[in-house]
Ligand binder design. Structure first.
Ligand SMILES: [Zn+2]
Ligand SMILES: [Zn+2]
Length: 274
């Protein structure tokens, strides 16, 4: 069956926390008819990062991708990118594609990830926000809003509402609460001048964490109303994730009003109809 959006610009490998090698991911992508594949290994603060690429790893990663680019040239366009956490201490030069993502709160030299277990969020709210989850959400979106100060050029804003990973059935907070809505809208206002593309990340859906994508339908609507652009990605950590669960995401964004999604090429981003 033909893929409706044969592209993915959020792909991990064994150089960070992925399960398949670059070679295996590229072969599977080409085999299934994909036209564009962006590798985006994790860059993070190495003091805390078991899931980040190592310093030596980054050099080899870039070499391996350069070879794969040539191997697949004419059949599938491969880009060498990275997923830079807000707290990364790495150099972002030499990448064709940069995703900026917030994965954790930083307290001094201590990092607490938002995606490990719900109790971590409650503990964070206690420590940083007087037990108020809406205030913690505000702090999270303030980190998102600080992306333009930290990075000069960002191609993609990754999983904008990652804080909600454990919010099925409003376990953490009510996403229709005005305090929450204000917090993400303020972040969107700060991010728009960066002219980055917002990611519709379907991993929440195929991993059955949530019944929707990152970010939520409401945030996607807010992005659309601001004239923001989107791309659809699988945050793929293994070959079986490639282009998985794209159809419901495409149907959703079309129903919101998006007519196109962005693909990335060696000559820059391009909009394609969806
Ligand atoms: Zn991420
Ligand atoms: Zn990722």
């Amino acid at each position: 069956m033909e893929l409706r959006f044969p592209y993915n610009y959020h792909t991990h490998s064994t150089y960070c926390d992925g399960h398949d090698s670059l070679e295996t991911m590229a072969a599977a992508a080409c085999e299934m008819g994909m036209k564009g594949l962006g590798f985006t290994g994790h860059l993070y603060d190495r003091r805390a990062a078991y899931w980040s690429m190592s310093e030596e790893g980054v050099l080899q990663y870039k070499k391996d991708i350069a070879a794969l680019k040539e191997q697949y040239r004419g059949r599938m366009e491969i880009l060498c990118g990275c997923e830079a956490d807000l707290w990364t201490t790495d150099d972002l030069s030499g990448y064709e594609l940069v995703i900026a993502s917030v994965h954790c709160f930083k307290e001094g030299d201590t990092f607490t990830m938002v995606d490990q277990k719900p109790q971590d969020l409650f503990d964070l709210a206690d420590r940083l926000a007087g037990g108020d989850m809406y205030q913690l959400a505000r702090l999270f979106y303030e980190m998102e809003a600080s992306i333009p100060q930290k990075f000069k050029k960002v191609d993609i804003i990754g999983h904008l509402d990652y804080l909600t990973k454990f919010n099925k059935a409003n376990a953490l907070l009510d996403e229709t609460d005005p305090r929450y809505i204000r917090a993400y809208n303020d972040a969107l206002d700060a991010l728009m001048p960066l002219d980055s593309v917002f990611e519709v990340n379907v991993s929440s859906f195929y991993r059955k964490r949530l019944d929707r994508f990152y970010p939520s339908d409401a945030i996607l609507r807010a992005i659309f109303e601001r004239g923001g652009r989107i791309t659809i990605t699988g945050d793929c950590h293994e070959t079986s994730n490639l282009c998985l669960a794209y159809d419901p995401a495409i149907d959703l964004v079309k129903s919101i009003g998006f007519k196109s999604a962005v693909i990335f090429t060696e000559n820059g981003p391009k909009e394609v109809g969806i």
